[in-house]
Each structure stands twice: as C-alpha cells, then as structure tokens.
Design a binder for this molecule. Structure first.
Ligand code: APR
Length: 228
C-alpha cells in the first residue's frame, strides 16, 4: 500500500463548527494570543488561560467530525494513511483515523507544569488546584507559542516517507509545522485543499480551491483511480 501523508490545520475542522485561527472572526480575533497561548500568559494569569481552554474543550464535546474527517479515515482502506495535524481537537480520531500525530498537542489531555511527559486524559474543566500525580499544577497538553514541538522529529520522519502528500485547511504560517513540506522528495505529488490557498506554486502541486469536504470528495476518487 502506498503511504498517504495528510497535513491538516484548523480548516479541516471548520465545517464541524470549530473556529479557525486566522480567518475573519477566527479564534484569535477575540483573544490576545500572548495572553492565552504562551507560557508568559499562563504565568501571569493562569486561570484566564485555563478558562480559554475549558471553553474550547466544552465546545469540542458539542461538535462532531465532518465529511472530510470521515473520507480521510475511509482512505485507510486503500492507503497507509498517516495524519499529521496542527489541530488539538480529536475529530480525526473520532472519525476513525488510526494514525494521528498531534504537532501542537491535544485538548482532551492535560500535563504537569513540571513534566511535559506526565500526561493524563482530561475531558472536564481544568482549574487552579487540579494537580498532576507529581503534585504539580496541571496545564493544557497544548504547545504554546515559543515552546518546543516535541512531535516534530516524528512528523519529519513520516513526511519524508510519503508517496503522496495531502495538505488540508492550513494557512502554512506557523513553523515548524509549515516547514514539513520541505521534507518530501522532489517527485512526491502534493494536493492542497483550501478555499483560500496560501501556498506558492511548485512542481507536483495540485491546488483544490474548495472546502475540505468538497475537496476530499473530489480527491478521494482521483487518488483511488490514480495511485491504487
Ligand atoms: N475547508 C478547508 N480549509 C478551510 C476551510 C474549510 N471549510 N475554512 C477555512 N479554511 C482554511 C483557511 O483558508 C486557512 O488557510 O483553513 C486555514 C486555516 O488557517 P489558520 O486559521 O491559520 O489555522 P492553522 O493553519 O491550522 O494554524 C496553525 O497556528 O495559531 C496556531 O497552534 C495554532 O495550530 C494552529 C497553527
């Protein structure tokens, strides 16, 4: 089976009702990123940050995977599919995708502020005083701006072995995630699905200026007809 690697961003979850970050009235519109998505913000007002992620965790329980998530899961019948996502939602997993690497962490997990490897599942409110097994305060298991991206090494390895690369719903503005495209071999075909694509022309690139669900409906047929 050919290896199909899929790099996704907030746009793949947009049709599930989850806000993107940089579209108008996106998630950051209402918030100062520095206040809610940096270690400094957490240090100066931890409850504000915990509330921001509590709100996103509550919302996630009320949304479900959309057709794009489902079609990506279905492709596992025909390809060895690896999802590398910038999203912290669990919609790929809930749609049935079995190999999902979260570059920026996971909303439904939390960790000790003193140990990024002490991670526990968490689907409820997280507040000051909720402690990890090591006795330290728990924080969201999310990579904040300025923090290391521990899964990057694994993601580079996955992308370097892709026979085909799909990129769905990302503005390609945040590094190191956006730099993953540089780790594929020259002849690897790239398919980019986004209604407002922000990628420079390059060989082997096909752009579908569509929403994730529509683009995936078209692309699924093409992938099966072309690469099986
Ligand atoms: N289908 C497909 N793509 C869509 C849709 C849709 N229905 N709606 C919007 N998009 C596209 C937008 O055109 C944009 O290119 O999704 C992309 C969303 O870009 P961003 O909001 O920048 O989200 P993302 O690229 O995932 O951000 C990367 O930045 O803020 C950090 O950690 C955060 O993981 C996030 C990272």
């Amino acid at each position: 089976m050919k290896k199909l690697v899929v790099l996704t961003g907030a746009g793949v979850s947009a049709e599930s009702g989850v806000k993107t970050f940089r579209d108008d009235n996106g998630l950051w519109e209402g918030h100062d990123v520095i206040e809610v998505a940096t270690p400094e913000g957490f240090a100066s007002n931890p409850q504000l940050v915990l509330d921001f992620y509590n709100q996103r965790r509550r919302q996630l329980k009320n949304v479900k995977p959309n057709l794009a998530h489902q079609l990506l899961a279905d492709l596992e019948k025909h390809f060895k599919v690896e999802i590398v996502t910038q999203n912290v939602d669990d919609l790929h997993e809930r749609a049935g995708s079995s190999n999902v690497t979260h570059l920026h962490g996971e909303l439904m997990k939390v960790r000790s502020i003193a140990n990024e490897n002490l991670v526990i599942d968490w689907d409820k409110e997280l507040n000051l005083g909720d402690l990890a097994p090591d006795g330290n305060q728990l924080r969201p298991f999310v990579v904040w701006f300025g923090e290391a991206v521990p899964m990057m090494e694994k993601a580079m390895q996955i992308v370097s072995q892709a026979d085909i690369l799909l990129i769905i719903g990302t503005s390609m503005q945040v590094y190191p995630a956006a730099g993953l495209i540089d780790f594929i071999s020259q002849e690897t075909p790239i398919y980019f699905i986004d209604p407002n694509p922000s990628i420079s022309k390059q060989n082997n690139l096909t752009i579908l200026e569509k929403n994730a669900s529509t683009g995936m409906q078209e692309l699924q047929k093409h992938l099966i007809n072309t690469y099986l």
